[in-house]
Design a protein around this ligand. Structure first.
Ligand SMILES: Cc1cc2nc3c(=O)[nH]c(=O)nc-3n(C[C@H](O)[C@H](O)[C@H](O)COP(=O)(O)OP(=O)(O)OC[C@H]3O[C@@H](n4cnc5c(N)ncnc54)[C@H](O)[C@@H]3O)c2cc1C
Length: 365
């Protein structure tokens, strides 16, 4: 018999897959529901009720835990190297940190996009692989296989940088069970994790529309110098770019029809996080420091730990950066979760009946 882990409500599962990774009996697998969102299923014949899956869950005990109130540093930053900033989503903080870790012989884990648009986390050890894990993908990333690899690397004394959503960073932390000096957890300000199943359907719709095999998608293309509010589709040697607000997948994402239910109750929408540092877009840069705003992206950075401050000291020369007040970097997803949409169920029905594009068009009316 298959049951969901702990018979939780869907809003209590962020789909990180740490429960599956920790299960010594291989009793858990991830399966998508009718919204194309993955949830763990337990095979009761294999389960020995050891409770490891509950213990490792990043959402477990979150609301009760008193978050540590520590001194944090708030920064605005742009990578000095234009190629790194222009090929990133915000100010290019991630590639600078990642390159430093790689040059020191470490390993970097981030989200890549593979065949048929599948978004998954992978580890890289070479700087030439960096572009694969750069850039924002607005799709929930699959962490399968990463937890045990991260554990192996950190226990062997390698420097590891893991980047992901805050729930994924917390999942890595809980999976490892203790602090490691050689592990740097860099989480993202996060609007919410969209359904991988709906994304896969959309990739097929794009192939049909443009008549060819899907090769890639840029969610935050900067060619229009609009801080990445352009998207680009790569289909068999051709590329199409258009404003993000005209893209059906992005429209349904930002109308809150496709994100995980847990994102709408996310306990990490705060600056008090337990990772080492947080990266995001510097919203309102045009008001805080208009002289640096050039449409090519500025990052906000929050340094939560001493470890992060020490790492920043090593790389700071590679940035144009400035310190700021907490109030200056605040944006909705550092204060409250993305709200629910009353039209979500209708979208899901229409999507199953027709397609992502048609459902989105019908709901525009
Ligand atoms: C789903 C999602 C929602 C976001 N929502 C917001 C928001 O509301 N406000 C805000 O300020 N910033 C948000 N961000 C973060 C922002 O878009 C940038 O990713 C961040 O500022 C880092 O940019 P960069 O220029 O430093 O590096 P980039 O080179 O752009 O690096 C992007 C980093 O994000 C990781 N990543 C990409 N896609 C995913 C994914 N699907 N899951 C986990 N990790 C991923 C990559 O591995 C890389 O480490 C979001 C990111 C994601 C993935």
């Amino acid at each position: 018999m298959q049951t969901e882990v702990g018979m939780r409500k869907k809003s209590q599962c962020c789909g990180c897959g740490a429960c599956m990774a920790v299960c010594a009996r291989h009793a858990i697998r991830m399966a998508e529901d009718w919204e194309g969102i993955p949830y763990p299923k337990i095979d009761q014949k294999k389960c020995i009720h050891c409770g490891q899956c509950e213990a490792v869950c990043p959402l477990e005990r979150q609301s009760q835990e008193k978050r540590e109130t520590r001194e944090r540093k708030y920064l605005g930053a742009q990578a000095k190297e234009d190629t790194l900033r222009f090929t990133s989503s915000s100010g290019g903080v991630f590639p600078v940190l990642a390159r430093q870790v790689l040059l020191e012989g470490g390993v970097v884990f981030g989200a890549a996009m593979g065949k048929e648009g599948r978004v998954f986390h992978r580890g890289i050890e070479d700087v030439c692989e960096l572009p694969q894990v750069q850039k924002t993908k607005y799709v929930q990333s699959d962490l399968q296989g990463c937890y045990s690899k991260i554990a192996r690397y950190v226990k062997a004394g390698r420097q590891v940088l893991f980047t992901g959503t805050p729930c994924q960073c917390q999942a890595v932390k809980r999976y490892l069970g203790k602090e490691y000096e050689n592990l740097l957890l860099a989480d993202l300000v996060c609007y919410g994790a969209p359904s991988p199943g709906i994304w896969r359907s959309y990739v097929k719709e794009l192939e049909k529309k443009y008549g060819g095999t899907f090769l890639g998608f840029g969610f935050r293309d900067k060619r229009a110098k609009d801080n990445g509010h352009t998207v680009s589709v790569q289909i068999e040697g051709k590329e199409y770019a258009y404003p993000m607000k005209q893209d059906s997948f992005c429209r349904v994402y930002f109308r809150n029809y496709t994100i995980r239910p847990s994102c709408q109750e996310c306990p990490f929408c705060t600056v008090e996080r337990e990772s080492d540092l947080t990266m995001g877009d510097f919203w309102g840069i045009e008001k805080v420091k208009p002289e640096v705003e050039d449409g090519m992206g500025t990052s906000l950075v929050i340094l939560h730990t001493k470890k992060a401050e020490e790492f920043w000291d090593k790389v700071q020369e590679q940035f144009r950066f400035f310190s700021c007040k907490k109030e200056e970097i605040l944006q909705p997803r550092l204060c409250t979760p993305t709200p629910k949409s009353g039209r979500r169920f209708r979208f899901m029905l229409l999507y199953h009946l027709f397609s992502v594009c048609t459902a989105e068009k019908l709901l525009r009316r």
